[in-house]
Every structure is written in structure tokens, then in C-alpha cells.
Design a protein around this ligand. Sequence first.
Ligand SMILES: [Zn+2]
Length: 274
Amino acid sequence: MMNAISFDIEEHFQVAAFDCAARRRHWGTQESRVERNTQLILEVLEQRGVKATMFVLGWVAERNKNLVKRIVEAGHELASHGYGHELITVQNPKIFREDVRRAKKLLEDISGKAVLGYRAPTFSITKETEWALPILVEEGYRYDSSIVPIVHDYYGIPGANPSIHTLKTDSGPLIEVPPSTCEFGGFKVPIAGGGYFRLFPYSLLRKLLQRVEAKGEPLIMYLHPWELDPGQPRMRGAYLSQFRHYLNLDKVHGRLIQLLQDFRFGPIEHLIAS
Ligand SMILES: [Zn+2]
């Protein structure tokens, strides 16, 4: 079975759990680690001959044009993570439109390729922000990968369709590619990335992922460059946020290599084309 692997290309200091106006003002003067960390991912992918989808943040693309070019030259799918990484829940339709338009144009100008996919910062398309979906269609996006069908403190639409499906929006169809979830201990958990991906022992993770595959569902995995960087400067925040962000970062590089050995992956564009 062909699965999809994706990476949200952003700096370690841009994650929503630590976001605040004061920190945001200092983005430009923080130590940039995204290029080095993404390079590590590109090397692992190349060694395994795997192509992925890279949801690049516009802010990062603007400052790392060569990195965007390298991603495209290596044959990966370039997609959009928006421009400024503000949760959609604090945006309005006008600001959202400007954000996704700016990111798409920037990525297309650098790469010379059409950008069709979008992933919201911290998967923040929820029941309250479904107005964002027709805007994505109007701005030329063909698919979205932001709706996680779970209960979570930051994101999720509990009960949403967990499989790849086409949403009918007022402005036309939009393919929805939800990150994979599975039942565990009576709960639906987003197994395919983030804290859960790093929390479980690999043998358990593999079993759970195989269970998704056995149902005939392709896996939609997601990782971030900062997850392969145990040496990143530590940020202060809520205890739960710190726990989730820094958990098992030293294991991710090896775990990614293992994952690419155990499952077949490609970019999201291949999954939705078939
Ligand atoms: Zn992000």
C-alpha cells in the first residue's frame, strides 16, 4: 500500500504552543535551525529513495529560498503551510485569504511550480473556522490536510471523516487529506505525528500504523524539522506544551529511518491522483 509522508517546514520557535506576541516580535533575530534540520530530513529521504510532501511556511520560504529550491529539485512535492503561522482560530476571512495567497505566490515564484496543497498551522481548521475551506478553493488550492477527526485542546473536529474525501464547499470541491488517527485505549489518537509519534515505543507505533493500513486506509504521516533537533534552545511555556515539544527528540531521526524501512511512502499528490 502507498502511504503519504509530509513535513511541516517551520522554525522551532514558531510552534503554536509557545506562540505569543512578544516571542513573535523576535522571530527575525532567533537562531535559524530550519535549514540544517530540513537538510537532515532530505538526506534520510534520499537514502531511502522516498519522495514526500513539504508544507513550507511562507515566512521560512522567504528567508530560505535555496532550501525551497533544493526541496523541489530533489523531487518532493512543495505545498503551503500558510505564511505567518497564526492559528486560523484567531484570524478572520480577510486575514486568512491574504495569508494563504501570500504563501502560495511566494512558493510558486521560488519554485516555478503550482502549489496545490495546504496545511493549517497546528491543524487549526475546526468547526469554528470551516469558513476557511471555500477560501482555499478560491485561492487555487486543490487539497487541504488540516482537519484531524479527534478531540484535542488546540485543534480537531471530533467525528469528521477520517479518510481522504472530497468536501463540497460553496466555492467548489476541496479534497480533504486528514492526518491518520487510530483507536487506542478507547480514544481516537493522532498516531501519525507529533507527541504521539514520539511517545509510544516504536514497536507499538508500528503495530498501530499497520492496523490503519490493514483497514485499507493509506497512512498520512507528518513531522517537523525541529523534531529531529534535540539540541534546539529550550523555550519556556506551559508544562504540557514543554512535555509534548521536547519529548524523545533524540529518537526521531532513527525512528524516521525505521519508518521508511517498514512502510511505503510517497507524496500526498500521488495519493489523491490515484
Ligand atoms: Zn506548523
